[in-house]
Design a binder for this molecule. Structure first.
Ligand code: MSP
Length: 479
C-alpha cells in the first residue's frame, strides 16, 4: 500500500495579489508533493485562499466592489499564478465555497453543543492586519509589530472558545512531538509561550463584521475568520462537518496532514487555536508543522507602501518558470529567514543556470554529438548522491539539496576543463571522459525533477538516448 502524504499551504488572504512570500511556501510544498509522488506515495496537496473577515470586507469597500466579486477576482489571480508556476496541487480551495460554509457551521455547532463555545463579552485590542486579538505585551510602542498599526479597541459580546481547556493536553503533545514543530528553535519558542504565557479563551465570533459565515445558532454574529480558515484544511479534502468526522468514503481519508508549511507569522495560531479545535472536534492532529523563513527585500520588510513587493509573474517573465522556482528555493536556508534582492536573483541566474547547468548541458551534448559517440546512460547510478539527497529531502533541507547538486555540476565542469576532451583525437579516450560526466548530469537532472520539472524532463529526454544531440541553450544569459 502506498503511504499517504497530505501536505498543505496556508490559505492566503485575498486582500492583495500573490507575491514572492506566498510563492515561496507554495513552491516548497510543490517540491515536497512532487518528490513524494516520485517515491510512490499517495499524495494530496492542498492550497487556496482565505476570503472572509474584516480585512477583506474593508478592501472590497475600498475597491468599490461587492465582497464576492472582489474575492472572485483575486482568487483567480492566485489560481493563475500557481498554474503559471507549474504547481501540482490536487485542490485549490476557497473559503467562500458553499460546502466549506456549511461544514464550518456544523463544526462550530458541534463545539457549541459540547460546551466548548460560550457567550461572553470581549474587551481588548484587535489588529485587523493580523485578524488577531492582541495583548499589550504583543505591541511595540503601542503598535502591532507586523503591521505598524494601532490595534482597534474592541468591546463586544461574542461567542468564546474554551481554548484554555486544552493548555495541558496540547503542551504535552507538542513536547512529545506528537504535534511536531520544526525547526527545533520554533518548537522551543512555542513551548516557552505555553509555559510562560499560556492559553486563554478566545473570541470566536464578531458582531460588526458582515463578511463572514453566520454563527448557526445566532446569526447576529459571524464566525471569527481564523476559526473559519483553519477548517479549510479539512473541507479542502471534502469534509462535510459531520462528526464522527473520519469516514473513508467521504474523500477525506488523507487526514491528518503529514506536513503543514507556513512561515513564522502564523505559527502561534497554528500551534494553539488550530490543534485545540481539532481536539474539540475529536480529530487527529497534524503530524508536522514546518516553519520556513521569512523573506525580506534588500533588508526591508516587503510592503506595498515601500513599493518593493516582488510578484511571481515578473520573475517568470524574466527568468522562466523553472529558473524562478530554482531561484526562490535556493534563496535562503529552508527554515531560516532570508534577505533577497532582484540583483541577487540576476547574479544567481547567470552563475548557476546560464553559466552553470545550462552551459554544462550544452557543452557535454555538443561534444557528444560532434564525436558521434554512442552512450547508454543510466539514471540512479550514483548511489551516494541519491542517499544524501534522500536524507536532505526528508529533513526539509532543500537549499542544501540544490547546493550539493550544483557541487556535482561544478565537479563535472572541472573534469572537462582539466581533461579538455575537445583537444583529443582518440574516440575511446573522449568517451571515457564524457560518459561519467554525462551520466552525472542525467542523475542530477533526475533529482531536480521536483524543483524544476520541465527542465529536468528535457535534460533526461536529451541524455537518455544513445546518440545524444546538442540542444538550444536552456537558460539564455541575462544582462
Ligand atoms: N490567511 C492566513 C492563513 C490562514 S491558514 C488557515 C494568512 N494569510 S497570508 O496571506 O498572510 O499568508 C501568510 C503566509 O504566506 C506565511 O505564513 C507564509 O507562508 C507566506 N508568506 C507571506 N509573506 C512571506 C514572506 N515575506 N516570506 C516568506 N513567506 C511569507 O496568514
Amino acid at each position: 500500500m502506498p503511504k499517504k502524504f497530505y501536505i498543505t499551504t496556508p490559505i492566503y488572504y485575498v486582500n492583495g495579489v500573490p507575491h514572492i512570500g506566498h510563492t515561496y511556501t507554495t513552491v516548497a510544498a510543490d517540491v515536497l508533493a512532487r518528490w513524494h509522488r516520485l517515491i510512490g506515495d499517495d499524495v494530496f496537496f492542498l492550497t487556496g485562499t482565505d476570503e472572509h473577515g474584516a480585512k477583506i470586507e474593508e478592501k472590497a469597500k475600498e475597491m468599490k466592489l461587492k465582497p464576492q466579486k472582489y474575492v472572485d477576482e483575486i482568487a483567480d489571480k492566485f489560481k493563475q499564478a500557481w498554474q503559471e508556476l507549474n504547481i501540482s496541487h490536487n485542490n485549490f480551495f476557497r473559503t467562500t465555497d458553499k460546502n466549506h460554509i456549511k461544514a464550518v457551521q456544523k463544526a462550530l455547532q458541534f463545539m457549541y453543543d459540547k460546551g466548548d463555545i460560550y457567550l461572553s463579552k470581549y474587551e481588548g485590542l484587535y489588529c485587523r492586519g493580523c485578524e488577531q486579538y492582541k495583548k499589550n505585551r504583543d505591541l511595540v510602542d503601542g503598535l502591532c509589530p507586523d503591521h505598524k498599526t494601532v490595534p482597534e479597541k474592541m468591546s463586544e459580546e461574542c461567542y468564546t472558545f474554551k481554548l484554555s481547556k486544552y493548555q495541558d493536553k496540547l503542551l504535552e503533545l507538542i513536547k512529545k512531538d506528537k504535534l511536531q514543530i520544526l525547526p527545533l528553535n520554533r518548537k522551543n519558542e512555542i513551548v516557552s509561550f505555553y509555559e510562560k504565557e499560556g492559553l486563554e479563551d478566545i473570541s470566536f465570533s464578531r458582531k460588526n463584521v458582515n463578511w463572514g459565515i453566520p454563527i448557526p445558532w445566532d446569526n447576529s454574529h459571524t464566525i471569527y475568520v481564523w476559526a473559519d480558515a483553519f477548517l479549510y484544511y479539512l473541507t479542502g479534502l471534502g469534509w462535510d462537518g459531520f462528526t464522527p468526522l473520519i469516514k473513508q468514503d467521504r474523500g477525506i481519508n488523507f487526514w491528518p496532514p503529514q506536513v503543514q508549511l507556513m512561515s513564522k507569522d502564523i505559527l502561534r495560531v497554528h500551534t494553539t487555536i488550530w490543534p485545540a479545535m481539532l481536539l474539540s472536534l475529536g480529530l487527529p492532529l497534524s503530524k508536522t508543522i514546518f516553519v520556513h523563513g521569512y523573506f525580506s527585500i534588500n533588508g526591508q520588510k516587503m510592503s506595498k507602501s515601500i513599493g518593493n513587493v516582488i510578484v511571481p509573474n515578473d520573475l517568470i517573465k524574466k527568468y522562466g518558470v523553472d529558473a524562478t522556482r530554482y531561484l526562490i528555493m535556493s534563496a535562503a536556508v529552508f527554515g531560516s529567514d532570508g534577505d533577497i534582492s532582484r540583483q541577487q536573483f540576476d547574479e544567481k541566474y547567470n552563475a548557476d543556470l546560464a553559466n552553470g547547468l545550462g552551459n554544462l548541458v550544452a557543452r557535454v551534448s555538443n561534444l557528444l554529438e560532434k564525436n558521434n559517440l554512442e552512450l547508454n546512460l543510466k539514471i540512479n547510478s550514483n548511489k551516494k548522491l541519491i542517499r544524501e539527497y534522500k536524507e536532505k529531502m526528508l529533513g526539509f533541507k532543500f537549499d542544501e539539496v540544490l547546493k550539493s547538486l550544483w557541487q556535482k555540476l561544478r565537479t563535472a565542469d572541472e573534469i572537462l576543463s582539466d581533461k579538455k576532451p575537445w583537444k583529443l583525437e582518440d574516440k575511446k579516450e573522449i568517451k571515457n571522459i564524457l560518459e561519467p560526466v554525462a551520466e552525472d548530469l542525467l542523475n542530477v537532472a533526475s533529482l531536480l525533477k521536483p524543483f524544476m520539472p520541465t527542465v529536468a524532463e528535457k535534460i533526461i529526454k536529451q541524455f537518455s538516448v544513445k546518440q545524444i544531440k546538442k540542444s538550444q541553450s536552456l537558460f539564455p544569459r541575462i544582462n
